[in-house]
Design a protein around this ligand. Structure first.
Ligand code: CP3
Length: 333
């Protein structure tokens, strides 16, 4: 069993595996090299040879315990025929949402449209660099995808006042998302994903009263589905105020925490395996600060099944040297 599965499934506390969100990304010069000549991000995700190569890039440099497949949560609306582009210095930009169009799509069309994502997982699985490593597949949570599909770009700090105005549309999209997220998860697992992480990057935008409808119920359905396929599931409800309630209701196999939560409180409140937490900005400071902060997390979770990771994705301006030092510090602990 690979170290990450040991921690999640067997709740081992004597090992601290490490992987980093966005480990295959812009802080790597070899990624930027490929990206420079592949200006269309979606096309790059749909190039199975390059997508698998990018997935493996960080494993060639660092002693990481997982390969997270190079893709994006927005491949889902793309697969549903909503237009998705990534604009330089702006981020994702989606086209208008056409409910009739989306309702017409069947499973075969969807899988066909994003098939190279699954083929890339297969290539990663076959590569010897991933022996004894965990291959992580992922999806966006229904709520976060709904936010992008309706808002059509990253929401800044809050939702627009009229976000919930068309309840019928919202409920239809949630039903469609639930169906296709399951298809997407199943195909990733059939092609070699051994753990699924569900990213709910905009969970923090909702108030307490809206959590059941938009987060708890739809995410629980996905979590149950992943479990029914015999695969562990990690949830990352970034920015949510009460991680304890979330864990008790959604019941993921492991919980990834963001950098705003107090790790001491979490270690005390939550007994399922924990992942992540450290602020990615620490990697922009110096080695001494970095080491201190890493050891802080590792000490707090010393008697807890814990996977080292950050509290959000690694920043593009991170120096390779700092990432190297991070992995070494975790391994030496
Ligand atoms: O290494 C990995 O983590 C695997 C690949 C991965 C990407 N996106 C590649 C990517 C994963 C797991 C994601 C998840 C994702 N995508 C999330 C959830 C996690 C989070 O960051 O909150 C979200 C919200 C998205 C949507 C998205 N994709 C945004 C907002 C952006 C632009 C801003 C940004 O952070 O770059 C992207 C683009 C994106 N996805 C890049 C990468 C490597 C950068 C693309 C580039 O080269 O310009």
């Amino acid at each position: 069993m690979s170290p990450i599965t040991e921690v999640i499934v067997n709740k081992k506390t004597n090992i601290q595996p490490v992987w980093i969100m966005r480990q295959a990304g812009r802080y790597l010069p070899e990624f930027r090299e490929i990206r420079k000549v592949n200006t269309d991000f979606i096309k790059l995700c749909l190039n199975e040879k390059l997508a698998s190569e990018i997935t493996l890039q960080p494993l060639k440099r660092f002693e990481l315990d997982a390969a997270i497949i190079f893709s994006d949560i927005l491949m889902l609306p793309y697969g549903l025929n909503q237009k998705v582009e990534f604009k330089k210095n702006f981020g994702p930009l989606l086209g208008d949402l056409n409910l009739d169009e989306i309702s017409k799509i069947d499973e075969v069309d969807f899988v066909e449209k994003i098939y190279p994502v699954y083929k890339a997982i297969n290539l990663v699985k076959k590569n010897k660099l991933t022996n004894n490593k965990t291959i992580i597949g992922f999806t966006g949570a229904p709520w976060t995808l709904l936010v992008y599909m309706i808002n059509k770009q990253s929401p800044k700090l809050k939702l627009k006042d009229d976000f919930f105005k068309d309840e019928f549309v919202i409920n239809r999209i949630l039903i469609i998302l639930e169906k296709f997220l399951k298809v997407h998860i199943k195909n990733q697992i059939d092609n070699g994903a051994e753990v699924i992480q569900i990213f709910d990057s905009w969970a923090g935008l909702l108030s307490e009263k809206d959590l059941p409808n938009y987060i708890y119920i739809p995410t629980l359905s996905l979590v149950d589905y992943v479990k029914s396929l015999g695969v562990p599931v990690i949830c990352f409800p970034r920015g949510i105020k009460n991680y304890k309630n979330y864990c008790e209701i959604v019941k993921p196999d492991a919980i990834c925490i963001d950098y705003d939560v107090d790790p001491i409180l979490i270690a005390d409140q939550i007994n399922i395996p924990i992942q992540g937490g450290m602020d990615p900005k620490i990697l922009l400071s110096d080695k001494e600060t970095l080491k201190k902060e890493i050891n802080k997390y590792l000490n707090i979770f010393k008697h807890h099944p814990y996977i080292f990771n950050l509290g959000h994705g690694i920043l593009p301006e991170t120096k390779i040297e700092m990432m190297e030092y991070l992995v070494k510090t975790v391994k030496d602990f």
